[in-house]
Each structure stands twice: as structure tokens, then as C-alpha cells.
Design a protein around this ligand. Sequence first.
Ligand code: L34
Length: 286
Amino acid sequence: MATVISGKELATIRRNSMKEEVIEFGKKYNRLPHLVVILVGDNPASVSYVTGKGKACEEIGIKNTTIKKPETISEKELLDIIDELNNDSTVDGILVQLPLPKHINPDLVINAITPSKDVDGFHPINVASLYLKQPGIVSCTPKGIIEVLDFANIQIEGKHAVVIGRSNIVGMPVSKLLLDRNATVTICHSRTKNLAEITNTADIIIAAVGKAKFVKAEMVREGAVVIDVGVNRDEVTGKLCGDVDFKDVEPKASYITKVPGGIGPMTITCLMENTLECYLKHMEEK
Ligand code: L34
């Protein structure tokens, strides 16, 4: 039987303490932090996540503007909006929800955001800062994963962490964060041979493959910590499900996270933390 680590519970704790901070800083600086989220199109998953971001802002007292644009918006129009927000001194954070429609190059969009307002931590400057251990904005999901491990008092140093997935958004940055905490890190991906053999040597498994219920009991060593970063829709039920087959894996794990209620709420909470951080830098520079 595993202990379920609730990202939702940790998110609530963090959001409550941020609420107080926002009130204090709002008085001190006479202005609230402001996050602008841009949503292109009406992909139901994106709409749901963006709604969650708006609600979190409201809960904490962060000003939120959601700019909704149709699927047909041109790349140039989107870049112009970003340019305007970059130059708006009342905006602290800019987030363009991904994925974008095919005719828009996401790299160009990410690169257009001023690094000091890049609350996602996706800009090359922030990514480079992470790899060079220089101050910068760390992307939300990887940050949330480490916070969840710390919350459950799980030792990272000296442990073998196996990350399944090598995306720029999760796999790569979480591997770097784990390495910085002195874990021994193995990154696995779609071409990895003997995946189950490798995952069976893991003390900590980070599942970020994007395949529903991909991680099965036979891939997990007895007593491993299993963190599920997947956000998939079950094709049959339409329900949200993770990359881990929870029912199968839970009896073998020592600690495990669930989907929903695991890493998702912490992604949003870390976005709030990053927004607050950008705001404070912004105010202190004035
Ligand atoms: N630019 N695009 C940008 N930044 C991001 O950080 C994201 N991501 C990913 C997709 N695209 C992005 C998110 O916001 C995934 N993601 C995200 C955020 C929140 C949740 C899931 C994914 C979340 O809150 N999940 C809830 C359930 C929500 C529901 O029912 O739909 C959970 O408990 O897991």
C-alpha cells in the first residue's frame, strides 16, 4: 500500500500562504501582480487548464487577464499582442497556452516573450539559466514535482531517479532539477531498450510520457516513489488519467501521486509562484 501524496493539498497550503503575501505586497507597492494568459482556439483541455489558472489567480488575489483569440489568428497578430504586453509595465507575467495551431511556430512565440515576464520558464534564456544554475524562472511542472517530493519528505540525494520522457517542458528540466538535488538521473524515452529493466532499478520514477496508463506494476520496484505527470483523456470514459496505471502500480509503490489531484494543481500553483516572483523583481527594479 502506497501513501498517496496529494498535490491538491499542497497546492491549497501554498495558495493560502501566497494570498497573505499578495495582500502585503499589494499594500507595499500599491499594485497587484498581473498575469496575462493567451488562449488560442478552443481545445477543451486548454480551456480547462486556462480556466484553472484564472481561478487560482482569483483565489490568491493576483490580477488575471485572459486573452482569447480564434484558431485563425495569424502568427504576426499573436506576436504583436506579445510585443504590446512586453512593453506594458502593469503586466508581470505572460503565458501563451500550448499547443498552438499548426500555422504558428511555438518557438517564435516563446522567444518573443520578455524573459523577465516568461512565467512558464520556456524562453531559451530561462532554460539556459536552469542548466547553468544561474538565477532565472524555472518552469512550473518540474518545479511542482520537486515541491511534491519535498512535501512528502522524500530524500532525493543519492537516489536513482528514472525520468520517462524527454520533453522540453517536463522530462529535460525535471531531470536537471533532480540532478541538482544530487540524484543519479536516467532519462528514458521512446527508443530506450529494456525500459522495464531500467525502471526496475529506480528509487523514484517520474512518468512524463503522455501515454495513458503506460507505467505498469511490472515496471516498478517494490517500494519505489512514483510521480505521475501525465494528463491524458481516457478514450473510453473521456475522464482525465495519468501515465501510470494507478490501480496496478499503487500496491507496489511506497509513495504515489494521482491524476487528477496530483501534479496538475501544483503546475498551476508554481505558475502563481512564478508570477509573484516576476512581480517582485519588477517592483524592486523600479
Ligand atoms: N504555456 N502551456 C503552457 N504552460 C503550461 O504550464 C501548460 N500546461 C500543460 C499544457 N500546456 C501548457 C499546463 O498548464 C499542461 N498543463 C496543465 C495544467 C493544469 C492541470 C493539468 C495540466 C490541472 O490542473 N489538472 C487537474 C485537472 C484539471 C481537469 O480536470 O481538467 C489535475 O488535478 O490534474
